[in-house]
Design a protein around this ligand. Structure first.
Ligand code: HEC
Length: 458
């Protein structure tokens, strides 16, 4: 007969809906306007009496479930206390309604109060089964942020390429993988299969069917064995309709079990190979403008340059590199290059379009180490020395529109280490037969929208 109590406990999710429905019906009658103010009194009494009885059944079954199913007091306490308050309160209200000849103000207030208790009890009960983020999960993050609610997003597991060997196998790899893939259902609040995978303690303890890890034995380690079951298999983890771990993650769990499931070894000590972890290396962010430790150019120097006719500005407050343009300096020629020499390391954006710069300017430019964007539109050059630009290892965008550029000369740039795009509208090269380059070629002749910076007068 041992099964009786757990069985009763499991009826809790069914019972709870009865008092909710019946008490709410009673409360509804309290607030429905009626002619005599006493019309519904008999029905209200019945509703509160029956509500109390089924409420008591719910509270008892809930208590049994808490006792039998391994919930912690911390998890259930608010729900349990509120539940019992609701039950006792409904009995008290029943007695008051039995005495009452009509609906008085205090009765209405108390009915409103019990409504509040039912709602809160239900809400905290839902939190236990569905998790606290149940409602929040489906809301757009932007909306949540507006209300100052931070959504906990567990990050996908990554490793640092330069120091991965020193990462602890368990804390630095296995636990993050479990956090990302399993902990939403296997945590102390949401103990699916009575299994907590949010800590090593929980993992070692196992689930409702006992231990899930047998060191060195993959078949008997449910922790791994369930992951590689066919998706159709009921026991496949995570459940087939949920997001699945990457195959490299499953593989790493396998290696962990095979190599002794150690808690204090690093990846290197467990002889994990680089090939097993390289899928997790964080992709370095590649900022468009290089990050340097160059000091900002003095404002005196900048004023002198502006005085000569250059447009000069720092690209941002925290990056000392400079944007230089000859937009309103069409007379710029080779000899003016000298004035830029002093700041050549700082130049990251250079626009010499429509100036008198000669073919040989490319020679001078090739020494700019931090140059990312070079605009030579409308200059009389064929691009003879373009090969030299291979020394500018940060160059990403090159504009050669309306020049005398030939395809042959352009070919010198093939294999440039960083060049992403070359613009060659209205050049002899754009008409010639295309071939594949290491960079993208823009040959079309469409109009570009005018940017504010195109018309700056300084
Ligand atoms: C969407 C919810 C969900 C996710 C995510 C999930 N599981 Fe489960 N898991 C369950 C449920 C429900 C059970 C109990 C039913 C069963 O045994 O199949 C369970 C049971 C298990 C068991 C058996 C415990 C026992 O002793 O019976 C293991 C082992 C397990 N999961 C491992 C994992 C691992 C590892 C992951 C992550 C890679 C994972 N689960 C992700 C819902 C989930």
């Amino acid at each position: 007969m041992e099964f009786i109590l757990p069985l009763l406990g499991r009826f809790h999710p069914l019972f709870v809906h009865l008092p909710i429905g019946i008490l709410l019906f009673g409360i509804l009658l309290v607030f429905i306007p009626s002619k005599t103010n006493a019309t519904f009194l008999p029905s209200i009494r019945i509703a509160f009496l029956v509500g109390f009885i089924v409420g008591l059944m719910s509270a008892i079954s809930g208590f049994l479930q808490y006792q039998q199913e391994g919930y912690t007091w911390d998890t259930v306490q608010i729900h349990l206390i509120l539940g019992w308050i609701t039950v006792i309160f409904s009995l008290g209200l029943y007695f008051q309604f039995r005495k009452a000849q009509e609906l008085t103000q205090p009765l209405k207030i108390q009915s409103g109060l019990i409504f509040l208790f039912i709602t809160l009890t239900g809400h905290f009960g839902g939190n236990i089964t569905h998790g606290e983020d149940y409602f929040l999960e489906v809301l757009p993050p932007g909306l949540l942020a507006t209300f100052g609610i931070e959504t906990q997003t567990v990050a996908q597991f990554t490793l640092d390429e330069n120091s991965w060997e020193e990462a602890l196998f368990y804390d630095g790899a296995i636990q993050p993988i479990l956090n990302y893939n399993c902990s939403s259902c296997h945590n102390p609040r949401n103990l699916k299969g009575e299994l907590d995978l949010s800590t090593i303690k929980g993992l070692m303890k196992g689930g409702e069917n006992g231990e899930i890890l047998k060191v060195g034995n993959l078949k008997e380690s449910a922790l791994y064995a369930r992951l590689i079951l066919p998706h159709e298999d009921e026991e496949h983890m995570p459940p087939a309709e949920k997001r699945q771990p990457r195959k490299e993650e499953v593989e790493l769990i396998k290696i962990w079990i095979e190599t002794g499931a150690s808690v204090d070894k690093t990846l290197a000590q467990a002889t994990v190979k680089r090939t097993s972890v390289q899928a997790f290396f964080r992709k370095e962010e590649n900022p468009f403008f290089p990050i340097t430790d160059l000091k900002p150019v003095s404002s005196d120097t900048l004023s002198i340059l502006r005085g000569k006719g250059f447009f000069v500005e720092q690209i941002s407050a925290d990056n000392s590199l400079l944007r230089i343009s000859c937009l309103n300096f069409p007379a710029f020629s080779e000899k003016d290059w000298k004035s830029l020499k002093e700041i050549s390391e700082h130049i990251t954006y250079l626009d010499l379009s429509d100036t008198k710069a000669p073919e040989s300017i490319i020679d001078s430019i090739s020494g700019l180490t931090h140059l990312t964007t070079l605009k030579l539109n409308g200059i009389e050059i064929e691009g003879k020395g373009l090969a030299k630009l291979k020394d500018s290892k940060n160059l990403k965008l090159l504009y050669l529109n309306s020049t005398a550029l030939t395809l042959e000369n352009l070919t010198q740039l093939d294999g440039h280490p960083s060049l992403e795009k070359v613009y060659i509208f209205k050049t002899p090269a754009s008409g010639q037969e295309k071939r594949d380059f290491s960079f993208h070629l823009e040959t079309g002749d469409f109009l570009l929208p005018k940017l504010a910076s195109d018309t700056i007068v300084y």
